[in-house]
Write a protein that binds this ligand. Structure first.
Ligand SMILES: Nc1ncnc2c1ncn2[C@@H]1O[C@H](COP(=O)(O)OP(=O)(O)O)[C@@H](O)[C@H]1O
Ligand SMILES: [Mg+2]
Length: 248
């Protein structure tokens, strides 16, 4: 299986900043991998996801997805990447219905010249069912709880039928049973459809068991990677963990 995501010596600096948020990251993720990226707040996890999908241009180095450079093929690449953004604040007056927001995941496939057909709607409803949110389909998203809206965003990303799924702190707003449901769903998608996934979390305890590799980011650098057990027992992660506790 070939590499789907390749970062070669990538650094990303936000406009107006001097210190890069990502420092010389070299990383290769194969098709079907389920990668967890962990690290404290501000480590660069969100920046890494936005650099992978080309929403944030890397300042130096090259990012390739599906073998193509995101700088030149960003639009084409993003059609095949599902991206579940972190902690999206939603205005309570937003009039879009849940089902319409999930349907937005199909925009890239439907194009601008046709309306959703019955097959598109079937896909929307079956993904809402997988997440247990079909009961909210006709509710305005502004009236959903944080956890319910989080599931709408996940359903939207699945409805896109992506080849790669990037998830930024997808469990942050979920209670224990919802976490289990979403974690099981991601595991099934990874195993049955070989969906390549990059999952970001500041919480070590939230990593689904099915993850095949864990990458630890700190201050924009990869400080450790490997199987979860190995990573957790490494001294560098123990130190990070202690440092985090002092700040709590
Ligand atoms: N738009 C921005 N402009 C300037 N600095 C930013 C911006 N977004 C994030 N940063 C900084 O980049 C670093 C990494 O942020 P981020 O990727 O959001 O971390 P994480 O997701 O791991 O919490 C932090 O120091 C953060 O303050
Ligand atoms: Mg983040």
């Amino acid at each position: 299986m070939g590499a789907v995501i390749e970062l070669d010596n990538v650094s990303t600096i936000y406009e107006g900043e001097r210190i890069p948020s990502l420092h010389n990251i070299t990383l290769s993720i194969d098709e079907g991998e389920f990668v967890a990226v962990i690290g404290p707040n501000g480590a660069g996890k969100t920046t890494l996801l936005e650099t992978i999908n080309g929403l944030l241009p890397a300042t130096s180095g090259t990012v390739r997805v599906f073998g193509k450079n995101v700088k030149t093929h960003g639009l084409e690449i993003r059609k095949k990447i599902g991206y579940v953004i972190q902690n999206f604040e939603i205005d309570s007056l937003t009039p879009f219905l849940s089902k319409d927001v999930v349907m937005m995941g199909r925009t890239g496939r439907i194009g601008l010249l046709r309306f959703p057909n019955q097959r598109d709607w079937e896909r929307v409803f079956s993904n809402m069912q997988l997440l247990g949110i079909e009961g909210f389909k006709d509710r305005a998203v502004g009236k959903l709880s944080g956890g319910e809206f989080q599931k709408v965003l996940i359903a939207r990303a699945l409805t896109q039928e992506p080849d790669v799924l990037l998830l930024d702190e997808p469990f942050a707003n979920l209670d224990v049973s919802s976490r289990k449901r979403v974690s099981d769903l991601l595991t099934t998608l990874n195993i049955e459809r070989s969906l390549t996934m990059v999952f970001v979390s500041h919480d070590i305890n939230a990593i689904p068991e099915a993850c095949t590799r864990t990458i630890v980011l700190d201050q924009g650098r990869i400080v450790c990677q490997g199987e979860l057990e190995t990573v957790l027992s490494s001294s560098i992660v123990q130190q990070l963990w202690q440092r985090g506790k002092k700040h709590d």
